[in-house]
Design a protein around this ligand. Structure first.
Ligand SMILES: Cc1cc2nc3c(=O)[nH]c(=O)nc-3n(C[C@H](O)[C@H](O)[C@H](O)COP(=O)(O)O)c2cc1C
Length: 322
């Protein structure tokens, strides 16, 4: 049992959140995280059709009666769909937990708060976290440069960001980037976080819809296997250094434009890699913590071992301090 402002805010047993993951955070994985005592999150941008998001939310509800949330990555919405339309679906479906990312959530705060939603904003910088606090979010997830997804331009590690965010903010801080097991869970709590958010660890689980070949490749990958791509576009993404990544990095080195890069960074190529198992076909976003991921357990095994081993670790630390 863990009792933090995050467990209380979201009504969950353990302060462990599954970050919304393009391609992967489908109902099965999201429900498994929530059923294991954490908080699963569906990324809205995965669904270019509003009806598909609605259907995925409904499917998730059939798989869990525990809380789960929806991620709104505010710079990323498929053509023809607006964030407001996503929010309408989320609220109509009775979802009360929203993770925002990518831009300030300010324009959407009134609608979300009026509907009684809890909002956690995920950001890679303390200055943006302060803005999010000012505009009324309930919690902040702070993402270090080691994390998958878009960990910002500043290249600051979780170790520094978590501590600084916890010292700076009054609202609870969730640590993201580089967390995979009991050791990093306890470390994050000791730095001042009241919860953790993981992507990479959950991407390599039995319930993850990633192709078995990709999961096996990731379970073998060392901590040096990732690079930051698309820095030249101002919004880097951490990804596996596969053939697609090497091509993108070479093109960026030669000054390629956004239009020239677009065919290589397209979502459908990422899907081909993640879901069809053609590992080199496209961008496979993954964090440095992949170097600590050596197996493909169930979500429940991940969560149970984090929680049980955390207790043992705390006992060990107590003895050291005695
Ligand atoms: C395959 C994959 C896809 C992701 N897609 C998104 C996304 O669409 N929106 C988002 O805010 N974060 C996305 N993320 C980032 C995660 O939600 C989370 O912030 C990050 O993985 C935490 O760092 P970690 O990988 O070290 O645990 C993605 C991560 C992965 C591994």
């Amino acid at each position: 049992m863990f009792d933090t402002r995050i467990t209380r805010l979201f009504g969950i047993k353990y302060p462990i959140i599954g970050g919304g993951m393009q391609f992967l955070s489908r109902a099965q994985l999201v429900a498994a995280i929530s059923n294991a005592g954490g908080l699963g999150v569906i990324p809205a941008a995965m669904f270019p059709e509003l009806s598909d998001l609605r259907q995925e939310i409904r499917l998730t509800k059939t798989l869990t009666n525990k809380p789960f949330g929806v991620n709104l990555t505010l710079f990323q919405h498929p053509r023809g769909v607006t964030i407001e339309q996503y929010i309408d679906v989320v609220l109509e479906e009775g979802i009360k937990i929203v993770e925002t990312a990518g831009r300030s959530p300010e324009p959407y705060m009134k609608t979300l708060k009026d509907a009684g939603a809890k909002v956690m904003h995920k950001t890679p910088a303390v200055r943006f976290a302060k803005t999010a606090e000012r505009v009324g979010v309930d919690a902040v997830a702070i993402l270090g440069t080691e994390g998958a997804g878009h960990p910002g331009m500043d290249d600051i590690t979780s170790m520094i960001l978590i501590t600084l965010a916890a010292e700076t903010l009054k609202i609870p801080v969730v640590a993201a980037g580089g967390i995979s097991n009991a050791r990093s869970f306890v470390a994050a709590l000791s730095l001042g976080a009241e919860g953790v958010l993981m992507g990479t660890r959950f991407a390599v689980t039995r319930e993850s819809p990633a192709h078995q070949k990709v999961k096996e490749a990731l379970a073998q990958a060392p901590e040096t296997a990732t690079a930051l791509l698309e820095r030249s576009l101002g919004n880097p993404i951490r990804a596996l250094k596969n053939k697609a990544a090497q091509t993108i990095l070479e093109m960026e080195g030669k000054g390629a434009t956004a239009d020239e890069l677009l065919p290589y960074i397209r979502g459908e190529k990422g899907r081909k890699a993640w879901i069809d198992g053609d590992v080199d076909a496209g961008v496979v976003s993954i964090g440095q913590v992949v170097g600590l991921v050596h197996d493909i357990p169930t979500v429940k095994e991940v969560m149970d071992s984090m929680v049980t081993e955390a207790q043992a670790l705390l006992g060990r630390l107590n003895k050291m301090a005695a």
